[in-house]
Design a protein around this ligand. Structure first.
Ligand code: ATP
Ligand code: MG
Length: 555
């Protein structure tokens, strides 16, 4: 396998052992979402884990929609989930499945269980079933219907299937052990009557299998070998094993649980996100402040950065929460050598070069990425009037200030040295224009006499720059106070979105297409928004700033 020196995670160790013992010839994993919402960063972990294992062991990866619950499912979600998984690069090839395609086989499996005396039709109400179930400290009571004959059970189950039974009047239950210390084993319901329309099977069925019965069967039908799920299903494993054993599969799949991925102070719950969307607090499920896969993509994250993040998180059995800063670290790492470093002014002040000889534009050459020559160079327009960042000039600078103030010389990136000679402010003292002179001998950014400057600032040509809208983001949650208020509502950060309408970018950036991303010198990494960018008028989302306090955890 890839790198023997790297220690194997616990799932790889299980698979190694199974293969050594010849339990399976080839491994098969799957990702089984319920099509009832958008996928988020946690799902990405599960997708990349399952897909990655299949790749690593030259096995198979199945994409399966777990669509056994017609109440909550929507076709819309099937399409968005497929798009997200494709974007992440998890290629299922021909192995796209729908659990609903197995309804016939699931029904037959249930009939087999009845014939073996391992399942019975029960007339207790949902309420009574709950009462009879007992508690963690007390055993349950057997249902009075538990000892119906096989013939009677077969006839009743068929009646359920044929629509002769009302919703909730009867269920099919596995006959296991009402005294089991594991509550899941106390004769769990495996089929219910529900006269509901299904998005794929229409009105063919009015009985639907329960998750704990359906899921192991789906895995087994597909020849899944390692069924990886999250920790909350640990207590369901005995039932999973019971189902595949009693239904009689030759090479039954094995369930393995791992800890969910949680991000500190980040909302992933469908219920909360739905509310944010419905109340118009965010701009849809892919609002760049959210961590749905669609939102991360719109913000400008790449599949590579998400993969790096998931790998850094590792796979474990212990629940923990990871800082969003780690995700930011990964996108910076991914983009820093891949993307051109361009100039954009987010808070403009005009800089006038009083001794610049003409109103013409001259073109200067700039490397696209000083750390990656392969990205080549570009020509940028320069002239008498420029825009610089407001924070790059100060009337009364503090002692260590290295940028422009009257009397200092600084470098204009990729251009010339300029010396500040004065400024103009409005009646409130707000500076709008800074004056300077330039030294034509310093073209390219170096003085022939070898003199140095302390600061380098970026700029754009006032004549040629393109005005654009830029959006800056902060966490949608007020981190200082935590995710939830006392009443359970979300603790929103009023500053999570800042829209800057008066930004200027170098002309090449006007051509940016949705999802194109760039480094804006000193301001961070930005991505052209896929909803609001227009031809020639991109809107830029800040993916992440350049500064970070994040340190990679020690391996
Ligand atoms: P629901 O509450 O609707 O069940 P869900 O997030 O569990 O939501 P599923 O469609 O059931 O959604 O999940 C698909 C797969 O993704 C499951 O195998 C589940 O274990 C896994 N998964 C869900 N959330 C996370 C997470 N935070 N980290 C890792 N894996 C996750
Ligand atoms: Mg689930």
């Amino acid at each position: 396998m890839e790198n023997e020196a790297v220690s194997r995670n616990f799932i790889e160790q299980i698979i190694d052992k199974d293969l050594q013992e010849g339990k399976y010839e080839k491994i098969c994993t799957r990702f089984p979402p319920e099509p009832n919402g958008y996928l988020h960063i946690g799902h990405a972990k599960s997708i990349l884990l399952n897909y990655g294992l299949a790749q690593q062991y030259h096995g198979q990866f199945n994409m399966r929609f777990d669509d056994t619950n017609p109440t909550k499912e929507k076709v819309e979600f099937v399409e968005s989930i497929k798009a997200d998984i494709q974007w992440l690069g998890a290629d299922w090839g021909d192995h796209l499945y729908f659990a609903s395609d197995y309804f016939d086989r699931m029904y037959e499996a249930a009939v087999e269980l009845i014939k073996k005396g391992k399942a019975y039709v029960c007339d207790l109400s949902a309420e009574q079933i709950r009462e009879y179930r007992g508690t963690l400290t007390e055993p349950g009571k057997e249902s009075p219907y538990r000892n119906r004959s096989v013939e009677e059970n077969l006839a009743l189950f068929e009646a359920m299937k044929n629509g002769e039974v009302e919703d909730g009047a009867k269920v099919l239950r596995a006959k296991i052990d009402m005294a089991s210390p594991n509550m899941n084993m106390r004769d769990p319901v495996i089929y219910r009557v529900a006269h509901m329309h299904h998005h794929r099977t229409g009105d063919k069925w009015c009985i639907y299998p329960m998750y704990d019965f359906a899921h192991p069967l789906e895995d087994a039908f597909e020849g899944v070998t390692h069924s990886i799920c999250t920790l909350e299903f640990e207590d369901h494993r005995p039932l999973y094993d019971w189902v595949v054993r009693e239904v009689g599969f030759e090479h039954p799949p094995k369930q393995i649980e791992f800890a969910k991925l949680y991000l500190t102070n980040v909302v992933t719950g469908k219920r909360y996100i739905k509310k944010l969307v419905e109340e118009g607090i965010v701009d849809g499920w892919d609002d760049p402040r959210l961590v749905s896969i669609a939102a991360l993509r719109r913000r400008g994250f790449t599949p590579e950065s998400i993969k790096m993040f998931v790998e850094l998180c590792g796979v474990s059995k212990a629940n923990s929460s990871v800082d969003y800063a780690m995700l930011e670290y990964c996108i910076r790492e991914d983009l820093k050598l891949k993307k051109p470093r361009m100039m954009a002014i987010l808070d403009p002040v005009k800089l006038v070069i009083d001794n610049y000889p003409s109103d013409d534009v001259e073109y200067l050459e700039a490397a696209n990425n000083m750390e990656n020559e392969a990205l080549g160079s570009r020509q940028i327009p320069f002239g008498k009037e420029l825009y610089i960042e407001r924070e790059d000039f100060m009337v009364e600078p503090p002692r260590k200030y290295k940028r422009l103030f009257v009397g200092t010389e600084v470098r204009l990136m990729n251009a010339y040295f300029v010396t500040c000679t004065g400024y103009e402010a409005d009646e409130n003292g707000v500076v709008h224009t800074v004056h300077c002179t330039y030294d034509p001998a310093t073209k390219g950014g170096n003085a022939p006499d070898g003199r140095k400057v302390k600061g380098t600032i970026h700029w754009v040509s006032a004549a040629k720059a393109v005005p654009v809208e830029v959006r800056l983001y902060e966490n949608i949650i007020d981190e200082a106070k935590g995710v939830y208020n006392e009443d359970g509502s979300l603790n929103l950060n009023p500053n999570s979105l800042t829209v800057l309408k008066n930004c200027y970018v170098e002309p090449a950036l006007a051509e940016a297409k949705p999802y194109d991303s760039f480094q804006f010198v000193r301001n961070g990494f930005f991505c052209a928004d896929s909803h609001d960018s227009k031809e020639g008028a991109p809107v830029f989302n800040r993916i992440v700033s350049l500064k970070s306090s994040f340190k990679l955890p020690k391996a």
